[in-house]
Design a protein around this ligand. Sequence first.
Ligand SMILES: C[S@@+](CC[C@H](N)C(=O)[O-])C[C@H]1O[C@@H](n2cnc3c(N)ncnc32)[C@H](O)[C@@H]1O
Length: 252
Amino acid sequence: MESNTAAPGDNRVKALNQNLAQTRRAALMSALARKAFRDRVKALEIGVWYGAGSTSIWLENFMPGSDVVLLDAWRPYASAADVSGDQFGSANWDYAKMDSLTSEAFLSAFLNVRKFENEQDDKNVSLIRGKSSALLPMFKDGSFDFIYIDADHKYDSVKSDIVNAKRLINKDFGIICGDDLERLPTAELVNLAREYKDRDYIKGDFGYHPGVCLAVSEEFVSVNMSDGFWWVVCRNGEFLVDDITLEYLQAD
Ligand SMILES: C[S@@+](CC[C@H](N)C(=O)[O-])C[C@H]1O[C@@H](n2cnc3c(N)ncnc32)[C@H](O)[C@@H]1O
């Protein structure tokens, strides 16, 4: 059962949790949205939260006339293992607190979209509430030029989001990208990830999101990654890493 137990005025929690797009990643994400597409796009974001992090990057950087679909379950999703706060999990992340903020995040996402529309009404923005595994199958093949995956980071969920994204991406030219791939997959990381499918994050000697690492390793031969942000280009039905490189994104 969802509860909204955030103390009113708990600005520390709000400040920590509203914008989950980190500064270095944000610069890269902005560059990708601007440089990869010179015309309007059909974009899908899976995992919106307050609509104050990645969402604002897409809204500010895609060309006028773009269609932006924002999809989020806005309901608690932490596993019991994550909430347990044992030595494997993240010491810096309060999963129970995040789960308690889902109603506030949903309302804030709506208000942030309205604020954007009041200031700069040049895109068609749709907000959809529901689990990605239930909603994504409703879209037609090749519906989107751009798909950003940043929802539940546990294995089953990331796997399902990537499998759906591969079907939904424009096969002539499209980009699938996502958050929280801190380390490119290695045999060691992938093997460890198989033991922690119910985890958002594990500390270990590595500090990474095992579900993201394992699902990416299974679904792509290779991806680009910088500072946890990962991306791959689909061109003529093939998933490529050298079409849009980090150097290209970082160049003026
Ligand atoms: C890491 S946050 C997204 C952060 C956001 N992209 C940002 O930059 O601020 C993950 C989001 O995924 C959503 N989520 C979790 N499970 C989901 C699911 N099965 N389907 C859709 N969204 C889900 C959560 O409600 C949460 O808002």
